[in-house]
Structure formats: structure tokens, C-alpha cells
Design a protein around this ligand. Structure first.
Ligand code: CP
Ligand code: NVA
Length: 301
């Protein structure tokens, strides 16, 4: 089973990944390879995926996209169909989500069930959302039911926001999303999210964070958008910077979370980052458990 995004996953399957993330079968990948292809830089995703693979008995192979040349040296399909000759899992971080879909289709057309896992694309970052939910449920499940949990995402309606919103809604939480005009989800995406559960879209971050238990941030300028950085920053400054005053509008027990890397002084102040460092770096650490859960789930189907 592939793990490209949450489009085809239901709440029970997501809860199952969260449960699997908390267990560890040290022999699941014994003698097996996991190919990790990266078209973009990474700290957390590469390290957590490599170490999760090792913890499950497998061998990770890091592949820089520049080295294999996806659709330059050979096609994404030929790369995927070659790698399944050596590996039990193909995972990739790509600019264009369709590259993952093409890899997955070429593998299944060959009659193979080797899963393809998304390590971040322009559309989705599902491994991040699993770690986010592990962190959030660990913090709040003992306090109240998930139906009462309110998450507020402040920033670009991007890959991280989509995966977080889909996964949170599917496990029963509610979410508010605040993005500047032009950086919000398109109409079709908004409608598909509204069908999943209680979600509200705002252009004022204060409205989104008021009363929420989690305030969540990501970079304003995603990888691949660097050429437009000046224009993007102008759209977000200064209203979308999460500072102490904005956090004061959230619930008194609220936490700030960030997928990292963070840009202090842009999407969040240094003071907020440091105040919630314990949560943020637990969230980063949870990327490893999350990848174990994703490996276990994709290999079990
Ligand atoms: N959050 C995240 O995916 O971090 P990296 O880009 O460092 O992998
Ligand atoms: N939205 C960011 C996430 C980085 C982990 C990006 O795509 O660059």
C-alpha cells in the first residue's frame, strides 16, 4: 500500500498508523532495503527515515535526485522499477507530486506491491502529519476528547497544512486555517476539507487562533518558492508572525508547534520558539516513530 497523501485514507487507518508508530518490530525489514530519494534538502525527514529503517532491521540507501536525474538521466518510472529490484520500500521527496504517482503506478503495473512513500511533495507532507498527530494526541488525549481539540494553522495553505488538516479532521479534531489572500487553498480543496469535518478558513490569524489548543506554523517560503521570496514575505508580513500576543489569544494550555525548519523573526518570534521548544523538538523527534508507523502500515497491506 502506498502512502502519498491522506486522500484515500479514513480515520481508522490513520489511527492504526498512530498505534503502529508506538510499536516496533525489530525484524520487519530484516535484510531489506529502503530507498530514500531526495530532490530537495532535508534534516528531519532523511535522518528519521534512515534511523526508523535501521530500528526495524532494514538498510536505508540515501539517493540524491541530482545523482540519478529523475526524468533527466532516466524516467521516474524506470528509476522506480529498477529500485524495486533491490528495495522493499521506495520513498521520495519530490517537487512534483505526480512523480510519486507515476512511480507508484509503474510499480503496480509491473505486478509488484512495493510501497511508495511521500517524503514531501508540492501537494502533501503526510509523514510530517503523522508526527504532528502523535505529538498532539500525546499532549491532549488525556485532557479531553478529540472532538473538543482545536488546532489553528497560521501561514501558507501548503503541503504541510493540507496533510495536517486532512489527518486532523479524519481523526475527529477541528482545525482553523489562516492564510493571506492568494495563499489560501483553492475552492475545490476547501470544499473537500469541509466534507471531512469542522474546518474554518480565515484571513485573520487572530480569529483562527482564538481559543485553540495548538497553534501550528510552517515557513512562509517553501522549498522551490525561493525566487518569489520577497513577494511572499510581503504578503505575510507582519500579520502572520506568531508572537506572544497572538499566543495569548489561544487557550491558556495552548502550545505552539512547527514542522521545522523555522525562520525566527518571520513566521514566528524567537521568544515563542524558545517557550515551546520542548514540544517542537518532541514533534521533530516523533518523525522517527511516525516513519516506523508508516513503514509498518504500508508493508502490512
Ligand atoms: N519537517 C521536515 O520535513 O524537515 P526536513 O525538511 O528537514 O526534512
Ligand atoms: N512547506 C515547507 C515544509 C518544509 C518541511 C516546504 O515545502 O518547504
Amino acid at each position: 500500500m502506498n502512502f502519498l497523501d491522506f486522500d484515500s485514507f479514513d480515520g481508522d487507518q490513520i489511527k492504526e498508523i498512530l498505534e503502529m508508530a508506538k510499536k516496533e518490530d525489530a525484524n520487519l525489514l530484516r535484510g531489506k532495503g529502503v530507498a530514500l530519494i531526495f530532490e530537495k534538502p532535508s534534516l528531519r525527514t532523511r535522518n528519521s527515515a534512515e534511523m526508523a529503517t535501521v530500528a526495524l532491521g532494514g538498510h536505508p540507501v540515501y539517493i540524491q535526485a541530482a545523482e540519478v536525474g529523475i526524468d533527466v538521466r532516466e524516467s521516474a518510472e524506470d528509476i522506480a522499477r529498477t529500485l524495486i529490484g533491490y528495495h522493499s520500500v521506495i520513498a521520495a521527496r519530490v517537487f512534483d507530486h505526480r512523480v510519486l504517482q507515476r512511480m507508484a503506478r509503474s510499480i503496480s503495473d509491473l505486478g509488484s506491491s512495493v510501497p511508495v512513500i511521500n517524503l514531501l511533495s508540492d501537494k502533501a507532507h503526510p509523514c510530517q502529519a503523522v508526527a504532528d498527530l502523535l505529538t498532539i494526541t500525546d499532549l491532549f488525549d488525556s485532557k479531553f476528547s478529540r472532538e473538543l481539540l482545536r488546532i489553528a494553522y497560521v501561514g501558507d495553505s501548503n503541503n504541510v497544512a493540507l496533510s495536517l488538516a486532512q489527518a486532523a479532521l479524519k481523526i475527529g479534531a477541528s482545525i482553523s486555517i489562516a492564510s493571506p489572500d492568494g495563499y489560501d487553498f483553492d475552492g475545490q480543496t476547501k470544499r473537500s476539507l469541509i466534507e471531512l469535518g469542522p474546518i474554518t478558513f480565515y484571513d485573520d490569524p487572530i480569529d483562527a487562533v482564538t481559543g485553540s489548543h495548538v497553534v501550528y506554523g510552517d515557513t512562509w517560503v517553501s522549498m522551490g518558492d525561493e525566487a518569489r521570496a520577497q513577494e511572499i514575505r510581503a504578503a505575510f508580513e507582519p500579520r502572520f508572525k506568531v508572537d506572544g500576543a497572538m499566543m495569548a489569544k489561544a487557550d491558556s494550555d495552548a502550545v505552539y508547534m512547527h514542522c521545522l525548519p523555522a525562520h525566527r523573526g518571520e513566521e514566528v518570534t524567537n521568544e515563542v520558539m524558545e517557550r515551546y521548544a520542548k514540544v517542537i523538538f518532541k514533534q521533530a523527534a516523533n518523525r522517527m516513530a511516525a516513519f516506523k508507523g508508516v513503514l509498518s502500515m504500508t508493508l502490512s497491506r
